[in-house]
Design a protein around this ligand. Structure first.
Ligand code: PEP
Ligand code: MG
Length: 605
């Protein structure tokens, strides 16, 4: 369900951008609402993976040096791939490193090389154009073969081809922010690192053909208040750069070439939403308490240390989830202890009286580290793969650097730490052992830290949820990551638009599991927070409170709407809603009960 209350910044009324004469009609595309707000502007169509290959004639006497240039590029690419292979072999082992042997073989393929050289001689075209033509022919041929192994070779050739082309063209892979200016970005997909590097004043909105509403790029868009619509098929074909678009992040709609009437309607809608938002913001300093006196602390999810002011502006009671991996995503190498310590300390000091929960690295899945691709080789199922705590327990040096930084920051505030993607007690204990090593090191070095630092676990894997009675006694708190928990529980890839409609936070299995986690954790005497996107949707907030969840954590711009709802709800009514949900068999029915509960409370807002 879409978060109905407006949460984007008040904006000036819509006025059409400088008009271009277009005789084509308005087209409405429907997708999934991912980040609320309305954006209007010119489209920037972002095709990341394409390398633009120039084509020109080369004089006969220069063809030999053209072929030399090609051989140099093959050698340089070989150097790049061998370096990656060595790193992977050291860090992950020989099996993983063998993936790159297939890439090296492509570089030695005499048919591919020989044909390219002949093409340069015969056609007289530049080597980039010749190599691209031949390589594309190979890719197509392999992609059509029935045998799965051979089909996969098409992917290897594609990867190696773009590497060689980039070397020939003297280019490195560009990031989205470098292209932008004031535009609505339309792309097949956007990486979280791309989203994080966007400038809010330039990125008016985001539209992707793929993706679900809990993909990390979307979560970043929400925290940056960038309206977003995902899962809009076909849009890349119909749309050209600089065409005028409106995106409606409330209803998940993209309108290409809006008519005057549409522009007027959306201008009104945006003003109405801005009025509602101002009203919610005015009440944001009120305590987060139900009508019958039950306190529900509302904390913030942040990605970077510079978001503290944003949290304060929306009255966040500290930080319930610091996604620390964003410090790693777009940098060329793993950040050192000192720089991490400073980042964590900044946040700890910004909230001296409230908890700051730092989650240890959750790299992998849809968040590989772009500066260190060798640490994240391609995986068939990245969300079931080498991610989060699994990565950290294998790369102890990287993990320990972070743990030391968090421990040191704990001397400056009310820091808590939690581990992501814990699957059960053994993994929790292993992580705690590494933490203990770091504590002993700091003690020996005489470096101060909070000796009572509370350590918790995220509950976001079904196996952790089912063994929460074993985990809870060994945790100071737990925090439920509903984004992943729902993905793994219902087997719905959270970034796949084709299954997005099956991603149901009100599935009876989800409701039961949440109930179970709360019951078992309370029995062990610890508190339960929800920091997944479910906590940020006012429609689900009464259900969570009724199920007994103690605290909620969400992206700062959504705090006012959630607080508004908490203050309109009574614990008694919320419990009744949860009881009836637990006895209901259909996700749709539970969803409807939540929506009508929400609508009643919002009436008159
Ligand atoms: C979650 O899974 O709900 C969560 C909060 O973690 P992330 O979205 O970063 O995976
Ligand atoms: Mg998660």
């Amino acid at each position: 369900m879409l978060s109905e209350p407006a949460t984007s910044l008040p904006k000036p009324p819509l006025k059409p951008p400088v008009s271009t004469t277009s005789t084509k009609p308005e087209i409405v595309f429907e997708g999934i609402s991912a980040s609320p707000g309305i954006a209007h502007g010119r489209a920037f169509v972002y095709r990341k993976s394409e390398v633009e290959v120039p084509e020109y004639q080369v004089p006969k006497e220069e063809r030999a040096s053209e072929i030399e240039r090609f051989n140099d590029a093959l050698m340089q690419t070989r150097g790049q791939i061998s370096a990656i292979r060595d790193e992977v072999s050291k860090s992950l082992g020989e099996d993983e490193a063998r993936i790159f042997d297939a890439h090296l073989l492509v570089l030695e393929d005499q048919a591919l090389i020989g044909e390219t050289e002949r093409e340069v001689e015969v056609s007289g075209k530049n080597v980039e154009a010749c190599f691209n033509t031949i390589a594309q022919r190979y890719i197509k041929a392999f992609a059509e073969i029935d045998d799965e192994y051979l089909r996969e070779r098409a992917g290897d050739i594609r990867d190696v081809t773009s590497r060689v082309l980039l070397v020939l063209l003297g280019q490195t892979v560009e990031t989205l922010s470098k292209h932008l200016g004031e535009h609505v970005v339309i792309a097949d997909e956007i990486a979280p690192s791309d989203a994080a590097s966007l400038d809010r004043s330039e990125a008016l909105g985001l539209v992707t053909t793929s993706g679900g509403k809990t993909s990390h790029a979307v979560i970043v868009a929400r925290s940056m208040k960038i309206p977003a619509v995902v899962g809009v098929p076909g849009v890349m074909e119909d749309l050209e750069n600089e065409e005028e678009v409106i995106i409606d992040g409330y209803d998940g709609v993209l309108i290409l070439r809006p008519s005057d009437e549409t522009l007027f309607r959306y201008g009104r809608r945006r003003e109405e939403k801005a009025v509602l938002e101002r009203r919610l913001l005015n009440a944001v300093q009120e305590p987060s308490i139900t009508t019958d006196g039950h306190v529900v602390p509302l904390r913030a999810n942040i990605e970077k240390e510079d978001e503290c002011q944003l949290v304060k502006d929306h009255a966040g009671e500290g930080v319930g989830l610091f996604r620390s991996e964003y410090l790693y995503l777009a940098v060329p190498e793993v950040p050192d202890e000192e720089s991490q310590y400073l980042a964590y300390r900044t946040v700890a000091e910004a909230f001296p009286h409230e908890p700051v929960v730092i989650r240890t690295l959750d790299l992998g899945g849809d968040k590989p580290m772009s500066g260190a691709p060798h640490l994240f080789p391609r995986e068939d199922n990245p969300f079931l793969g080498f991610r989060a705590i699994r990565f950290c327990l294998k790369h102890r040096d990287i993990f320990k650097t972070q743990l030391r930084a968090i421990l040191r920051a704990s001397a400056h505030g009310n820091v808590r730490m939690m581990f992501p993607m814990i699957s059960g007690v053994s993994e929790l204990r292993e992580a705690k052992e590494v933490l203990e090593e770091c504590r002993q090191e700091l003690i020996a070095e005489g470096v101060p830290f909070d000796e009572d630092l509370p350590v918790g676990s995220m509950i976001e894997i079904p196996s952790a949820a089912l063994t929460v009675d074993q985990l809870a006694p060994e945790c100071a708190f737990v925090s439920i990551g509903t984004n992943d928990l729902i993905q793994y529980l219902i087997a719905i890839d959270r970034v796949n638009d084709r299954t997005a409609h099956l991603y149901e936070p009100t599935h009876p299995a989800v409701v039961r599991v949440l109930h179970e986690i709360v019951e078992k954790s309370h029995a062990a005497g610890i508190k339960v927070s929800v920091c997944g996107e479910m906590a940020a949707d006012p429609v689900y907030v009464p259900l969570l409170i009724g199920l007994g969840v103690d605290e909620l954590s969400m992206t700062p711009p959504l705090l006012p709407a959630v607080k508004f709802l908490v203050r309109k709800t009574s614990l008694t009514e919320a419990k009744a809603l949860a009881q009836s949900a637990l006895a209901t068999r259909s996700a749709k029915e539970i969803e409807q009960s939540c929506v009508s509960f929400y609508r009643q409370r919002m009436r008159g807002a």
